[in-house]
Every structure is written in structure tokens, then in C-alpha cells.
Design a protein around this ligand. Structure first.
Ligand code: Z57
Length: 821
């Protein structure tokens, strides 16, 4: 007998139906008969929110009046995915929803589909923030997510007739958005520009313009925790007074333009992932949401107090800086404490230092933001003064510690001279208590390479928290069949809030009945995906082939190029008769990836993949043996559909480049096997699932470093790999000779040139190892029971990668707080 441990909401289906009817009538103004699925979606969302309000208010009350420190997760991105199913699940209303839809005569799927996916993030970093706020609420930790309510999320991706990526605006607010509650009465003023003057011996900022930050609140219900936290996303609005000022001076249009400009601040999400563009508007966005959030926290935790004792702030809230994007919060809190509340520098510094911590998500030097001092000075003159003073204090502190002069010079937060700039990662490291990387290898490399100078002086600041993913969305909702099987196998569904319980499946890996059922679940998921892909993209996919998936942002370091070259090589072998296609394991290769609009080589790679797909899928020689599909506009919904259907997932970044990866965790938890390098969290996944259940290939990080030292990218050593490996040569030659561009030899010339002359991420150097591991993969796949057993062991041993565990690690190592009592 399957035991369902936690209680579901006491609301009955009938009561929930009545509530939806009320909402249809009083907010939508339609009868159930007139209602469309979209109406019912909006009404249901409103009913869910209503149901959560008491818990939400109680959580806030307990947070403000108790002595459990809250977490403020400051993030420029929250990639939430659709909300309805998740909110129903966490609130314990899933069955009531199903009952209500039956009662009202609607298909649950249609209602769920009516929601427009909010894409307020680029990729891993934004999705991690969403998983973390789910886990915080599920554990019962009082928390705020603070960010921006962009009107345009990550662009929608289309492909033109040549296979090139086209970006179109993602205006996700076209229809009613029923989850957010705009709260005009909790607004904040955010100042910009102007100058700093001396008044009575004090530095006083005289800003030139201001923006009104209006919060939009999203309830974040914990899974069966009874707690509901808040995601507060700010919208930029203009102040009328400023329009009037201009109005007096000039004409009507001139009066409206500044209003438009102010509102531009929250207009659009920057679509670069790991490659900041250093744009003024981006710094405005960062300051906008961070300043509003800091003031908001003070308002929340010291309600109505004119002279709050802000030395207690670090006992009320701890701010986590999600990458360098919100690091301007450090000088901002200094400014608030000194200029607005009259604290002296040292007291302000001590408060600030205790209140902030910084998570670094990258090893790519270009992803660590560095702002021109001139830009900061123009937008935030008082902050620039404070940053300079922090830097001076820092330099003196290092000197006093006996740090060598050249090291001190390297560590400057503010670099002098004509290209003076501010290094946000350094400011964060010095200005906060802890710095963490996002996987063990990454944290080690941070200490030993990227922030080595800092770790040598402040070793205790450095720690690791390996990323995690929420099992509610990425197992329970994405893969209901497997969830049921796990619950059946374990005799309880308690694993959903204690994922290490998946270990109980280990013995079942040797139970052929269970393994067969597991394989059947995978097959059913593949059938579902084929049907979904037919409906949504028009693809004709054979679900009786191996599903081999690579989904992630398009970036050179992630090496989609390696995968597509391997596909081309296999295709070439079939065409030339070197390989009998009947000896191959039939495979369907899936790509999903967006490229930053200005990232030329990434876009060329997309075009190449699309054209390889076109050529191969239309070639009778490979029919039924090898197919390639590139569903456009990869997003959370596609991830939720494709991951549970995948047999083999690709985590093939150059070792030492992927900070963690979180897709790798989602795949392992959904019973896919991974082919991967020793990079990011792959290392820990492999350790846990067992080396024999992971397809490892490629150079290690030290081997990569050694090859750089030989001059791989600077002396053009990649060409040697091309010359020596006929299969590799053949594949690259086909790209160059027009096979995938209707004979045109120029289409991919920059890509080919890069491979042969630079290849910074060593795609060519790892090609042979990658091809060799495929043989092992095929052999394993030919034995379905063996493959399925390995997949079961991947699931059973991946419980560690729950974001609940990550949050527990943050609580213990960094935040020093816990669940509300
Ligand atoms: C982003 O998605 C990540 C790092 C960044 O510096 C920026 Br900007 C965006 C990703 C890493 O590339 C992944 O390896 C990691 O798993 C993810 O952040 C979450 O930590």
C-alpha cells in the first residue's frame, strides 16, 4: 500500500470549484458556460492565491515578529516557469483542481496551457534562483526573492528559412497575469545622477533624477510546509513631478520622453548569459532593484520606526548576492547607513560586511563584471566616492597584513588611471562575509585561480555550496509516471521533501520487475514527447530510437560544436559506406539552445546545427538511424517535457569552464545517463552515481591547463588534431565544403577558421575521446535492462542534488539561520 505522508489542503473539491466560480463571476465577469480555458486559468490562479493569503500573511507576521533571520535573495533573474501546476502542488490543491475541472467541464491540460511562461531569466543562474526560493519556502525559511519585473523576458527564438536564429520580443504581459500583486503603496524612490556636495562637513548627494520603484509581489508557497514567502519584483515608473518640471520648460512631447526613459529601466531583460555588455541601462537596472530592495527590507523589519537601530540589521536579514549583478548593494547599504541614518563609517562597514554574501557562478573572466568608474560616477556619484574609500581601506588593511605590494596592486577594487574601473567581484569578496562557488571543483578553482589573491589573505571567507534543483518541478511535475513508480517502490512520497530517500531505490536496481517498469516509464515519456513535438513543432520523431539531448545556452565553452561534429562524422561514415547503418543504435539527437543576439560564433553554430538537421533528416541513407531535431525557443516548458524523455544527456563542456551545470542534475534525477567531462557538478554526480554508471571522456582541468601552456590556442595546435584524425578532418571538411550550405563555402568559414586556428575551448583536442566513448554508449544501450538498471542507479544516487540540500548548506555555512518556529 502506498502511504501518502503529508496532509493535503483541507479544502474540498466542491469548495474549490465554488471559489473558481466566484472568481469567474466577480473578477472575470463570465459564467462557467461562457468561460474559455484562459478564463478558467485566471480564475483558478486567483482562487489559489486567495487560498494562500492567510499562510502568506502569517509567514510575514512570524518573520517580522520572531527572531529567525530572513534571507534576501538578490537576483537580476528569476526564471520561474509556469506557475499554476507548481502552486497547486505546493499548496496541496492538485486533486481539488482536478475535481473542479471535471465539475466545470474543462480539461486540466488546456487550463494549464493557457498560462504564458514568464521568461525572466537567461538560463542556469535564473533557474537556480527559482529553485532556491521554492526550497526556502518548502523548508520554511523566511525569505524574500528580490528582482526586476521585466516587461520583456528572454527573447523568443525562431529560425528563418536558412536556419538562422531570429529573436522576437517576449512581451509576456500580453494577457492578464494573475499571480503578481502590484502594490503601489509600498513603493520606493530610487535616485540617479547629479553630484555630491559638501554641506556642514558632510558629503551630500544631490541627484538629478529619480525613478519610482513599484513592487509586484508573487506568493511563493512551500511544498507542504504551510509557509508562503514573497518574490518581490520591481517595476520602474516615472514620477509625475519630473514630467511637470519638464513640461514647464518645454512642450508636451518633451514632457513625456523622460517618463518613457524612466520606465525603460525595467523594460527588458539583457539576453547575455555570462557575457555582460557593460551597458549603462544595465547598471541602472542593477542599482534600481538593489536600492529598492534594501530600503524595502528596512521598511519591513523596522515598521514605522523613524530611528531604527540598524546595528541589528544583520540579525534580521542576510542578503545573498546572486553573481556580481547586485553587488552595487554593498556601497548602497553603506550610503544608506551613513547618509540616510547617520552612522559612522566603521559601524556602517561592520553592518554591511555582516549582511552580504556573494555567490560566484562562473570561471570565465569576461563574466565577472567590471564597470567603468566614469559610468558609476555619472549615475551614482556618491557610490563612487564610497567605493574609492572602501578600496583605500582595503589597501591599508592588506598593507597592515603584510601583503606584498604587487599582490595588493592586483587586488584593487577600484583601479586608478584613465581607464579607472570597479571590479564588482572583488568588491563583493571584500565587502561581504562569505564567497561561495557552485560546485566543488568550481569552488576549488575560485580559490586557486580566479580569486587566488583573495583566498590567500581571507581563506575563511571561501566556501562551497553545490547547486541543486527542486524535485517538485523537475521530478514530480515533469515526470509524473516516474514519480508514481518511485513512490510505489519506496512505499511513500516523502522523498519529495527529503530527496536522499531515493537511496531506497538502490536495491530495486537488482529487481528485474522494477527495472522493467522503469524502462516502460521512459518509453511512455518518449512516446509522449514525440506526440508533443509533432503538435508543437511538426516533427516526426521515432520514439523507438535512443533520445540523445543537449539543452543549454549556446556557448563555445559548452561545446555544442563537439556534438554536431560527432553527428556529422557519423553521418559521413554512413554515407561513405565505412559504417553499415544497420549496426548503429538508431538515435535521435535533440538540441535546444538560445544564443546571445550579438554572439556571432554561437549564432553560426545554431545555423550549422539546423542545416545538419535538414540534410540528415532528408537523406534516405540515414533514415531511421540518425536524426537531428532542434526545437526552437528552448524554455522551462520544453525542459520539463524533454528531460524525462531523454536516454542520454550531453554535459561536454571543456573541463574547468562550466561552474556547475544544473541540467546535468535534472537529467540524472530523471533516469538519463550522462556523457560528460570532469567539469562542474559532473564530477560530483559521477562520484555519487558511480563511475560505472557515467560515460566519462575528455581532458581533465589540469590537462587543459597544460595544453594551454603549450600554446594550443595561440600557436594553432588544433590543426594538428585535424590533420591527424581522418574522421575529424572529414567532418570539418564537410562543413567547409558546403555540404550543409547548399554548396556555399563561405557560410561557416568563420567557424571553421576558428576551429583550425584557435579553438580556445579545445573541441578538436577532445574529439577523438568523444567518438571513442560513443562505442561504449552504443554497446550499453543494446542491452536495455543494463541501461535501465544504470538509469535507476542514477536516480537513486542523485538525491543529494535537491535544492533543499543546497539551501541547508547555505543555512549552515553562510546564512546561519533556519526555519521559522
Ligand atoms: C549563468 O547562467 C551562469 C553563470 C553566470 O555567470 C551567468 Br552571468 C549566468 C550559470 C553557470 O554557467 C552554470 O554553470 C551554473 O550551473 C549556473 O549559473 C547556476 O549556478
Amino acid at each position: 500500500m502506498t502511504e501518502i505522508t503529508a496532509p493535503k489542503s483541507s479544502l474540498t473539491s466542491g469548495e474549490f470549484t465554488d471559489e473558481i466560480r466566484e472568481q469567474l463571476k466577480y473578477t472575470q465577469g463570465v459564467t462557467p458556460e461562457q468561460a474559455t480555458a484562459a478564463d478558467v486559468y485566471v480564475a483558478t490562479a486567483a482562487a489559489v492565491r486567495r487560498h494562500l493569503v492567510d499562510s502568506w500573511m502569517k509567514t510575514q507576521h512570524d518573520m517580522v515578529n520572531g527572531d529567525t533571520k530572513a534571507v534576501g535573495y538578490l537576483s537580476a533573474e528569476f526564471l520561474m516557469g509556469k506557475q499554476l501546476e507548481n502552486a497547486l502542488l505546493n499548496a496541496g490543491l492538485t486533486e481539488q483542481f482536478e475535481g473542479a475541472m471535471k465539475e466545470l467541464g474543462f480539461d486540466t491540460k488546456d487550463v494549464i496551457d493557457a498560462e504564458y511562461e514568464p521568461g525572466l531569466g537567461n538560463g542556469g543562474l535564473g533557474r537556480l534562483a527559482a529553485c532556491y526560493i521554492d526550497s526556502l519556502a518548502s523548508i520554511g525559511v523566511p525569505a524574500f526573492g528580490y528582482g526586476i519585473r521585466y516587461q520583456y523576458g528572454i527573447f523568443k527564438q525562431e529560425f528563418d528559412e536558412n536556419g538562422k536564429q531570429i529573436e522576437t520580443p517576449d512581451y509576456w504581459l500580453v494577457n492578464e497575469e494573475p499571480w503578481g500583486h502590484v502594490d503601489y503603496n509600498r513603493d520606493q524612490r530610487v535616485n540617479f545622477g547629479g553630484e555630491v556636495v559638501e554641506e556642514n562637513g558632510k558629503r551630500v548627494w544631490k541627484p538629478a533624477w529619480a525613478v519610482r520603484a513599484v513592487p509586484c509581489d508573487y506568493m511563493v508557497p512551500g511544498y507542504k510546509s504551510g509557509r508562503v514567502n514573497t518574490l518581490r519584483l520591481w517595476t520602474a515608473k516615472s514620477y509625475d513631478e519630473f514630467d511637470l518640471l519638464t513640461f514647464n520648460k518645454s512642450d508636451y512631447l518633451d514632457a513625456v520622453i523622460p517618463k518613457v526613459e524612466a520606465e525603460n529601466i525595467s523594460k527588458i531583460l539583457y539576453p547575455e548569459d555570462s557575457t555582460p555588455q557593460g551597458k549603462k541601462l544595465r547598471l541602472e537596472q542593477q542599482y534600481f532593484f538593489v536600492s529598492a530592495s534594501i530600503h524595502d527590507a528596512i521598511r519591513v523589519f523596522y515598521p514605522g520606526e523613524k530611528n531604527p537601530d540598524l546595528t541589528t540589521l544583520p540579525n534580521k536579514i542576510v542578503f545573498q548576492l546572486n553573481d556580481t549583478h547586485p553587488v552595487i548593494g554593498i556601497p548602497e547599504l553603506m550610503r544608506v547607513l551613513i547618509d540616510e541614518y547617520g552612522y559612522d563609517w566603521d559601524t556602517a562597514w561592520s553592518i554591511t560586511n555582516k549582511t552580504f554574501n556573494y555567490t560566484c557562478h562562473t570561471l570565465l573572466p569576461e563574466a565577472l563584471e567590471v564597470w567603468p568608474a566614469s559610468l558609476i560616477g555619472e549615475l551614482l556619484p556618491r557610490h563612487l566616492e564610497i567605493i574609492k574609500k572602501i578600496n583605500e581601506q582595503f589597501m591599508a588593511e592588506l598593507k597592515a597584513k603584510g601583503v606584498a605590494d604587487d599582490q595588493i596592486e592586483r587586488m584593487r577594487i577600484y583601479t586608478d588611471g584613465k581607464d579607472a574601473s570597479v571590479r564588482m567581484a572583488y568588491l563583493a569578496t571584500y565587502g561581504g562575509s562569505y564567497v561561495n562557488g557552485v560546485a566543488e571543483l568550481h569552488s576549488e578553482l575560485l580559490k586557486d585561480v580566479t580569486l587566488k589573491d583573495f583566498s590567500s589573505v581571507y581563506p575563511d571567507k571561501f566556501t562551497n555550496v553545490t547547486n541543486g534543483v527542486t524535485p517538485r518541478r523537475f521530478i514530480k511535475l515533469a515526470n509524473p509516471r516516474m514519480s508514481d513508480l518511485i513512490t510505489e517502490g519506496l512505499g511513500t512520497d516523502a522523498w519529495l521533501s527529503d530527496l536522499e530517500q531515493l537511496k531506497g531505490l538502490i536495491p530495486l536496481a537488482d529487481d528485474p520487475e522494477f527495472v522493467k517498469k522503469f524502462a516502460a516509464v521512459k518509453q511512455a515519456n518518449k512516446n509522449d514527447f514525440a506526440a508533443f513535438a509533432k503538435r508543437k513543432y511538426g516533427f516526426d520523431i521515432d520514439p523507438n530510437t535512443m533520445f540523445n539531448t543537449m539543452i543549454k545556452r549556446l556557448h563555445e565553452y559548452k561545446r555544442q560544436a563537439l556534438k554536431i561534429l560527432a553527428v556529422i562524422a557519423t553521418y559521413a561514415d554512413i554515407k561513405s559506406g565505412k559504417v553499415d547503418p544497420d549496426t548503429l543504435v538508431p538515435r535521435t539527437v535533440f538540441f535546444g539552445a538560445k544564443a546571445a543576439p550579438g554572439y556571432y560564433l554561437a549564432k553560426q553554430t545554431i545555423q550549422l546545427i539546423n542545416n545538419v538537421a535538414r540534410v540528415i533528416n532528408n537523406d534516405p541513407a540515414t533514415k531511421g538511424k540518425l536524426h537531428v531535431y532542434f526545437p526552437w525557443n528552448y524554455n522551462i516548458e520544453l525542459a520539463q517535457n524533454l528531460i524525462p524523455a531523454t536516454d542520454l544527456d550531453e554535459q561536454i563542456s571543456q573541463a574547468g569552464k562550466e561552474a556547475s551545470g544544473t541540467g546535468n542534475m535534472k537529467f540524472a534525477l530523471n533516469g538519463a545517463l550522462t556523457v560528460g567531462t570532469l567539469d562542474g557538478a559532473n564530477v560530483e554526480i559521477r562520484e555519487r552515481v558511480g563511475a560505472e554508471n557515467f560515460f566519462l571522456f575528455g581532458m581533465t582541468e589540469p590537462e587543459v591547463s597544460a595544453l594551454y601552456a603549450k600554446g594550443y590556442d595561440t600557436k594553432g595546435l588544433s590543426r594538428e588534431y585535424y590533420e591527424k584524425d581522418p574522421q575529424l578532418k572529414q567532418a570539418i571538411d564537410m562543413v567547409a565544403d558546403g555540404t550543409f550550405s547548399d554548396g556555399d563555402k563561405d557560410t561557416y568559414k568563420d567557424l571553421v577558421n576558428d576551429w583550425l586556428n584557435k579553438d580556445y575551448f579545445m573541441t578538436l583536442a577532445d574529439f577523438r575521446a568523444y567518438m571513442d566513448i560513443q562505442a561504449e554508449i552504443e554497446e550499453t544501450y543494446r542491452d536495455p535492462m543494463k541501461w535501465a538498471r544504470m538509469a535507476v542507479l542514477n536516480v537513486a544516487n542523485s538525491g543529494y542534488f535537491s535544492s533543499d540540500r543546497s539551501i541547508e548548506d547555505y543555512l549552515e555555512r553562510i546564512w546561519h539561520t533556519g526555519a521559522l518556529k
